[in-house]
Design a protein around this ligand. Structure first.
Ligand code: NAP
Length: 254
């Protein structure tokens, strides 16, 4: 068999496609021929430029995923534009350093915003995707979680780890509950990946902390995640539905 993957005719919504890991996924998926709805929150110009760069009628679309109504509208508007969404990639995320001794108000606000963007939005979009894809014979949902879901995180990032662990249960429930409708669900658990988000960690804990425990010669780059996601989006790995895939250079395997 050949692994030349052709995603032409495949419509994909990538949340947080404007930069970091999401932008690398957009580039990888588009290189395989897919049409991408490149979601952004603040990085409108970057997302627009990326849509121009990757082609295949890809376009940028904005929404603040901390807002449940805006999240619902994102799916509806993407669907209106594309007619059919074959693959949803829940990638957008935030990671706030939130020490336990922050003020009550600050700690709770960080917690709620983390859950809203990382977990509630993924739930809302997954529900909409299932309701759309199920009657049409199925589709694929790919969740970008974190190794933090499985090993926990530092005390300042408890909310982040908790939100990513919630994503694991969301993913497994989708895989088990909607398989008969042809819905396939996959989860990626990256370690440190060189993006702005990782830079915040590195600024706090130092570059050595990020490199600690990895089994490769260099830190993972966003593009290192793309080939796996292209494969999952293609349908060639559908019998791995329900799987959580570690892409963290063996820094945590479960
Ligand atoms: P990043 O460079 O900080 O990019 C975050 C993305 O999420 C951006 O596209 C951003 O959009 C979007 N986003 C942030 N807040 C949003 C909001 N309120 N509403 C809508 N979109 C919002 O992060 P990254 O490193 O690429 O992370 C991507 C995913 O991988 C995240 O889920 C993250 O948890 C996960 N991950 C990252 C690492 C790592 O080390 N980098 C490790 C494990 C897991 P705008 O720029 O348009 O605002």
């Amino acid at each position: 068999m050949s692994l030349n993957i052709d995603l032409s005719g495949t419509n994909i919504l990538v949340t947080g496609g404007s930069r970091g890991i999401g932008a690398a996924l957009v580039r990888g998926l588009a290189a395989a021929g897919a049409t991408i709805a490149i979601h952004y929150n603040r990085s409108a110009a970057t997302a627009e430029a990326l849509a121009q760069e990757v082609g295949h009628d890809s376009f940028a679309i904005g929404a603040d995923l901390a807002d449940a109504e805006a999240t619902q509208n994102l799916f509806a508007q993407t669907l209106e534009r594309l007619g059919h969404i074959h693959v949803l990639i829940n990638n957008a995320g935030v990671a706030f350093s939130s020490p336990l001794d922050a003020s009550d108000q600050q700690w709770i606000q960080d917690w709620e915003r983390t859950m809203a963007v990382n977990l509630t939005a993924a739930g809302i979009l997954s529900r909409a995707a299932i309701q759309h894809m199920g009657p049409l014979g199925g589709g694929r949902i790919i969740h970008i979680s974190s190794r933090a879901a499985f090993r926990g995180d530092t005390p300042d990032y408890i909310a982040y780890a908790t939100s990513k662990a919630g994503m694991v249960a969301l993913h497994r429930s989708i895989a088990r509950g909607f398989g008969a409708q042809g819905i396939r669900s996959f989860l990626i658990a990256p370690g440190f990946v060189r993006t702005n988000m990782a830079q915040d960690f590195i600024d706090t804990y130092g570059e050595d902390y990020a490199l600690q425990g990895i089994a490769t010669e260099r830190l993972t780059e966003p593009a290192d995640l793309a080939p796996t996601v292209v494969l999952l989006a293609s349908g060639l790995a559908d019998h791995a539905t329900g799987a959580s895939i570690d892409i963290n250079a063996a820094s945590y395997v479960h």
